[in-house]
Design a protein around this ligand. Structure first.
Ligand code: ZN
Length: 182
């Protein structure tokens, strides 16, 4: 759960970072930025800000923002009915970004969210530089984290069915509840 104020503040900060990264976003579009706390109620630690440029029943293009030290929890994109699952390419644009995928433990620059060692199982660290990109096939687990400056990245994918994503953390609720008052 996030409050309306928290959502507004997060949208403004995300928009500043998107512009800092050299991208354009209109004031109307700022109001569409999805502020996601994954139902964990600790946005600055675990969350993501999502600006959807296009999303159809075949493709999607988004800009993702992570605030400084913010982590997007470990997840994967499963098959949904006839859809074999989301294939996703991310491309780093600006800031400090690291991804965690299957492989030997090389975690060094990043950190496991305190107290959450059991739901962040991947420890193979990939440090991205602006212009680097990665592609994930359906079911390929991943999580990612910003460093000190935060991060802005593109996500290009087949159809988005965020509500169907799988998460290692059973506490997660993908659809964020926004409350008008505490
Ligand atoms: Zn993903």
């Amino acid at each position: 759960m996030i409050t309306r104020e928290e959502q507004k503040e997060a949208r403004q900060l995300a928009a500043r970072m998107i512009r800092e990264a050299g991208l354009q976003i209109t004031e109307e579009e700022v109001e569409t930025i999805e502020v996601v706390d994954f139902g964990l109620g600790n946005l600055r630690a675990e969350g993501v800000e999502v600006f959807t440029m296009v999303s159809t029943d075949r493709l999607a293009a988004k800009v993702l923002v992570l605030f400084p030290d913010q982590t997007e929890p470990e997840h994967w994109h499963p098959r949904v009915g006839d859809d074999p699952g989301k294939q996703e390419t991310i491309r780093h644009i600006w800031g400090d970004l690291r991804f965690y995928v299957d492989g030997p433990d090389t975690l060094q620059d990043g950190f496991i969210v305190p107290g959450k060692g059991d739901v962040y199982t991947l420890r193979h660290e990939i440090i991205l530089e602006p212009g680097d990109q990665l592609t994930f096939e359906p079911y390929e687990k991943h999580w990612f984290q910003a460093g000190r400056r935060g991060a802005v990245l593109y996500s290009f994918s087949t159809t988005v069915r965020d509500a169907q994503d799988g998460f290692s953390d059973p506490q997660i609720r993908r659809i964020t509840v926004v409350k008008d008052r505490e």
